[in-house]
Design a protein around this ligand. Structure first.
Ligand code: SPD
Length: 610
């Protein structure tokens, strides 16, 4: 590529440099920004190793990485073994219409991933397979088998069959010939296939998101859920670790292929494997495989680990908690039909939608004696008359939290459209909540299905987009605490916790009105452990437990008996328990049936607008 001295570089050399820059610039930027002190900005603000420490402490990331490594290793063993066997068979067999058979092997490589994912979900449901680790491995083997076959066949293409014939002429059995002649000769191809399978498996998002179930969250799924809250340096650090491990392993494989001895590749191989092996030492023990197990699928930041641990101790069970940050994510999981959750936490309109789809199990009130602790004002509401399917868990408001020293006093949704705060505004990543805020600002109902009203709200959100630093429904209060944003739309409980840490942060339910939520616990129709699920529902309705959950999470409890057990700092905090005046200007989000699709489309258009 170098031009002879004194001569200008050739067009070919420049083109090659451009191609390599195009290929590697994003990776270089990613690695560099994993050392950037800034939390959200794509602007260099100084060197730090802090994000690696954060990633090492993040038990969710470690558990997800461990899941990814286990799945990728299982997939690699299965797909490489099956792919090698198939490649050998295809190489030997002389089939009629050989070209057609060859093409059929390649089809899965070019099939749109989304089609493969949907077809696998359907197949697993038809076979009665519950979604979990096993289905993820099966799905990964399904899409990576073709890679293994193609790579091993490429190696076999240059294979001299007379060597096998010579071995057999000398008396070796077919098995011995395979072991001592064929496999050693095609070993580099098998190794290359294994590496390719490992990397496509560890990397996969689309198929995995369809077929993952209880406790099978992989690193790409976890990273994607974090990315929805904005690209953070922690994600860059996670990705850099994954990238470094992959490069080290590829380097080791390349050196092996060059004929180096295993001793000579021990360092890169060891480093790569220890990077991938770290989560096995650092992450908590996986919660699958217990005799008695309860699978809870709940909003993030909605239950404290100690509350869960006490239930585990009392019932001698393991509780596996997976989290989501939108009702839409919950509905999608429930609709897949074969997922093993026992307890879920839908909001009012999602209870309505899940009941309408026949996805919830009718509750057995004889197993819920502590339901009597719940304030009757929260029972028998429109979303579930008679509470046949759900019991109230938390209620609260959507509002704005802000840094008073930066923005003064706020009392209107209009503050989130104030151009003076460009780049310092955070909005929830939620169709009903963001369109809801714009509708309320314009004096309209959050449950409107009128296309003109919705178009107006959408235009407002599109106009606001350049001002918005991040859309985030998970840890929005942390972003406000960090000082990266000054105004944030969000839910009261997490803001109440932020206010306890920083006196400059205030919370308001805007004067134009807002959304009131009531989130409930429910048992999915196909829950594998319904009795234990009822025990859990009853447990969280005990006065002491409900008070503890309210104290730790700081969302508003609907449990009347718990109120007396709360400290005044919580009970009298208007951000946690809003006054009757504030409640009077809120509206509960209802299920709007077919118009949900319109809300989702409008919201997607907002997020993809420029
Ligand atoms: N992090 C938990 C927040 C749950 C808030 N309730 C959801 C209301 C959705 N409209």
């Amino acid at each position: 590529m170098t031009a002879p001295s004194g001569r200008r570089p050739s067009a070919g050399a420049l083109l090659a440099v451009a191609v390599y820059a195009f290929l590697y610039a994003p990776l270089i930027v990613l690695v560099a920004f994993s050392f950037n002190r800034a939390r959200l900005a794509a602007r260099w603000e100084g060197f730090t190793l802090e994000w690696y420490a954060v990633a090492l402490r993040d038990q969710h990331v470690l558990a997800a990485l461990r899941n990814s490594v286990i799945i990728a290793l299982a997939t690699t063993v299965l797909a490489t073994a099956a792919g090698t066997a198939a490649a050998l068979a295809f190489h030997r067999l002389r089939l009629r219409a050989q070209g057609t058979w060859d093409a059929l092997v390649v089809v899965p490589l070019v099939l749109p991933e989304i089609v493969l994912a949907a077809s696998l979900v359907l197949l697993f449901a038809a076979m009665g397979l519950r979604l979990g680790f096993f289905t993820v491995v099966l799905a990964h083997v399904a899409f990576s088998l073709s890679y293994a076959i193609v790579v091993v066949r490429a190696r076999l293409a240059g294979f001299d069959r007379s060597l096998e014939e010579a071995a057999m002429d000398l008396g070796a059995s077919p098995l011995r010939t395979l072991r001592h002649v064929t496999l050693p000769l095609i070993a580099p191809g098998i190794l290359a296939a294994a590496l390719l399978v490992f990397s496509v498996s560890i990397d996969d998002y689309v198929v995995t998101s369809f077929v993952a179930g209880v406790g099978a969250t992989t690193l790409p799924l976890h990273i994607y859920s974090m990315v929805r809250s904005g690209l953070s340096p922690e994600i860059n650090a996670d990705s850099t670790v994954l990238l470094t491990a992959t490069v080290l392993l590829l380097f080791a494989a390349w050196r092996l292929e060059q004929g180096r001895r295993p001793r000579q590749v021990a360092v890169p191989m060891g480093l790569g494997l220890s990077l991938l092996g770290a989560p096995f030492l650092l992450a908590p023990v996986p919660l699958t495989g217990a005799d008695r197990q309860l699978n809870v699928y709940i909003w993030s930041n909605y239950i404290a680990p100690e509350t869960v641990r006490r239930f585990e101790q009392r019932h001698h069970v393991r509780v596996n908690v997976d989290v989501y940050d939108s009702n839409e994510a919950l509905i999608a999981k429930m609709q897949s039909g074969n997922v093993d959750y026992d307890v879920i936490c839908p909001s009012t309109y999602t209870v309505q939608s899940l009941v309408a789809q026949g996805l919830l199990r009718a509750l057995d009130f004889s197993a819920l004696p502590h339901l009597s602790n719940v304030d009757p004002r929260f029972l028998g509401r429109r979303h579930d008359p008679g509470n046949r399917y759900s019991v109230p868990y938390f209620w609260g408001t959507t509002g704005i939290a802000y840094r008073q020293s930066r923005v003064g006093t706020v009392d209107s949704w209009g503050a989130l459209w104030d151009a003076r705060f460009r780049g310092r505004i955070l909005m929830l990543d939620d169709a009903r909540e963001t369109l809801g805020a714009a509708l309320k600002w314009k004096g309209l109902s959050v449950n409107t299905t009128d296309p003109a009203s919705l178009a107006l709200a959408q235009r407002a959100l599109v106009a606001q987009r350049p001002l918005v630093r991040a859309y985030n429904s998970s840890n929005f209060e942390d972003v406000l605490l960090s000082g990266d944003v000054w105004l944030a739309q969000g839910w009261n409980g997490q803001f109440a916790r932020a206010m306890a840490q920083d006196a400059d942060i205030h919370y308001v339910v805007p004067r134009e009105g807002s959304m009131l939520f009531l989130d409930s616990l429910a048992v999915p129709r196909g829950a594998p452990h319904p009795a234990l699920a009822h025990a859990f529902l009853d447990y969280v309705m005990e006065a002491e437990v409900a008070a503890e959950i309210c104290r730790t999470m700081q969302y508003s409890t609907p449990n009347r008996a718990a109120l007396a057990l709360l400290p005044a700092s919580i009970r009298d905090n208007p951000a946690i328990f809003p006054s009757a005046d504030v409640v009077a200007r809120t509206e509960i989000i209802e299920d709007i049936g077919a118009a949900t699709v319109l809300y989702d489309r409008l919201w997607t258009e907002v997020k993809t607008s420029r």
